[in-house]
Each structure stands twice: as structure tokens, then as C-alpha cells.
Design a protein around this ligand. Structure first.
Ligand code: R5P
Length: 296
């Protein structure tokens, strides 16, 4: 079996080191310099020929920068004869897994192509936006679920009154339904319409039985906060008591956190797939558990 090492990429130092520790793997040392113009130079001293390298690098904002660093490192290591497995806790561009409007670039397809061209032979990510995105990869890809760990956190840290778990749109259904079932809570489906040009979000529901309930809005990503905010507004109107937002990837760009607070969201719970002030859940254990199941 090939010797395994792990590269904790510059965007995922702590997460990478934590996975390495859990798997008992040595870290691959490297030097890195980011020049004033934003370009990155890597330098590797150790020989990796014949080794299996886990390259851990999340592609949160700035996505292109973090993705390109992943490509640079992966390309070098594969050229040196290593087998490269990219661990990408937050996979940028996963929301553009198809052409929503004619002429749109299927960005995730491009990401998949680039990773493969850079010599990546396998990918592991966390809660990919849509399972449809997996089919764009010609190399094996697996999406680890953070849902059980998020549910465990909620169970341990909240005393919930008649909880309801809400999917703010149909894309969130499977994830939120799984969350509701693990938490043994009522499941509520909302419907979201996003203006494809302006990005404006409108969330609707015909009948909402959330009066006096503690509500958890569960989504994969909170970016601008528009989706969760719109859901919170109608849940509040329907008489929900405490509203908590739960997500795997708390991007929280700009004033998203303030926007959610002003909509009456008491707490935001996220994971460490991206750096954030709302990290409550560590995904390194479920990632390590998945990696342990792989033969090499
Ligand atoms: C899209 O369908 C995703 O699941 C999220 O709902 C969306 O990306 C959240 O974005 P924002 O916070 O900007 O509304």
C-alpha cells in the first residue's frame, strides 16, 4: 500500500492538520509565498513519488485564488509521481452545476475538468450543493454529510420547544428532511423563487403550522443571507417562536450575519468548512471517517 501523507493547504491549515492527526498521517511540508499581485509560489522539498497525498484545501472566497492554489499544488505533486486525493471541504461553484439560463457556463464542470487536468484522481467534499453536481466529475467524488454532526450539536446545546425543521427551498429538502428525521422533529417545506437576473429571493408557503414552535432553518450554504432571511420573515409572521439558522457552509458574505439578526434569527450554526464566526461544528471527524473507509 502506498505511503500516505497530507498537505494542509493554505486555506485549510487547521482543518488539514486536524484530519492528519485523526488519521495519524505526517504533514507534507511546503513553503508558500503570495506575491503582492496575488500570485502564489509553492515550493516542496520532500519527494512524493509513489506516495498517496491528501491535499486539503477549501475553496471559500476568494474562490478562484483558493482553487488555483489547489491546482498548483496538485499538479506539482502528481507530476512528481504522487497519487493526489483532493479534500475540498467547501466546493466553490457547486451551485452552477447546470445551465439555468441559456448560454450560462456550467462552472462546476469547468472546476471538475481543471482538477482532473491538474492530476487529481479523487475528490472528497462536504455537503455538495446538489447531488447532480457529482455527475460532472469523471473521477471518483464523494460528498460527506455534515448533517449528523450538526444534529448532534443542536441536540446537545439546545432545549427545543416543539421543534420544526424548515427547508427554505426545494433544493434544501433532502438535507433538511434528513435533519428533521434525525432530530425527530416536524419537517416544513418552503418554496423559494429567485429572480435569475437580480438574485432577489422570495420565499412562500401555503400553510405553516409553526405557531409557538422553535424553528431551525436548514440549508447547505448561507451566502448573502437572503434565502434564510426571507424564510425567517414568513416563519415569524406565522408565529414561530425562536428561529435558528443551520448550515454546512457559513460563507456569510458582507453584512449577512447582521441581516439575519435583524430578521430575528437568534443563532447561526455553521461548520468549519469555511472560516467564520459561527463555527460550532467540526467536520474533520466525518471527513476522516470517510477517508478511513478507502483502500488507498
Ligand atoms: C441555493 O439554493 C443554496 O442552497 C442556498 O439557499 C443559497 O446559496 C443561499 O444563498 P443566499 O444566502 O445568498 O441566499
Amino acid at each position: 500500500m502506498a505511503q500516505k501523507v497530507l498537505l494542509a493547504g493554505p486555506a485549510s491549515k487547521e482543518v488539514g492538520e486536524s484530519i492528519a492527526k485523526k488519521l495519524g498521517l505526517p504533514l507534507l511540508p511546503y513553503e508558500i509565498k503570495v506575491f503582492p499581485d496575488g500570485e502564489t509560489r509553492f515550493r516542496f522539498d520532500e519527494t512524493v513519488s509513489g506516495k498517496s497525498v491528501f491535499v486539503v484545501q477549501s475553496t471559500y472566497p476568494p474562490p478562484d485564488h483558493n482553487l488555483f492554489q489547489l491546482l498548483l499544488a496538485s499538479h506539482h505533486l502528481s507530476q512528481e509521481g504522487a497519487k493526489v486525493h483532493a479534500i475540498i471541504p467547501y466546493l466553490a461553484y457547486a451551485r452552477q452545476e447546470k445551465e439555468f439560463m441559456p448560454g450560462e457556463v456550467v462552472s462546476l464542470g469547468v472546476v471538475s475538468h481543471l482538477l482532473r487536468s491538474a492530476g487529481v484522481s479523487r475528490v472528497t467534499t462536504v455537503d455538495i450543493h446538489s447531488a447532480d453536481g457529482l455527475s460532472l466529475f469523471a473521477i471518483p467524488i464523494y460528498s460527506v454529510s455534515a448533517i449528523p454532526t450538526l444534529v448532534e450539536y443542536v441536540r446537545k446545546n439546545f432545549k427545543l420547544n416543539r421543534p420544526a425543521v424548515v427547508a427554505p427551498d426545494f433544493g434544501a429538502s433532502k438535507r433538511s428532511e434528513a435533519f428533521a428525521s434525525l432530530l425527530q422533529a416536524m419537517f416544513v417545506q418552503l418554496s423559494k423563487k429567485r429572480d435569475k437576473v437580480t438574485g432577489q429571493v422570495k420565499v412562500e408557503s401555503s400553510k405553516l403550522d409553526v405557531e409557538g414552535r422553535d424553528v431551525l432553518i436548514v440549508d447547505d450554504i448561507i451566502s448573502t443571507g437572503g434565502t434564510v432571511r426571507a424564510a425567517a420573515v414568513i416563519l415569524r409572521e406565522a408565529g414561530a417562536s425562536r428561529i435558528i439558522a443551520v448550515c454546512s457552509h457559513p460563507l456569510l458574505v458582507g453584512d449577512a450575519a447582521e441581516k439575519l439578526a435583524s430578521a430575528g434569527i437568534k443563532e447561526i450554526i455553521g461548520t468549519n468548512t469555511v472560516p467564520s464566526k459561527v463555527i460550532k461544528v467540526d467536520v474533520t471527524e466525518p471527513i476522516a471517517a470517510h477517508l478511513r473507509t478507502l483502500a488507498d
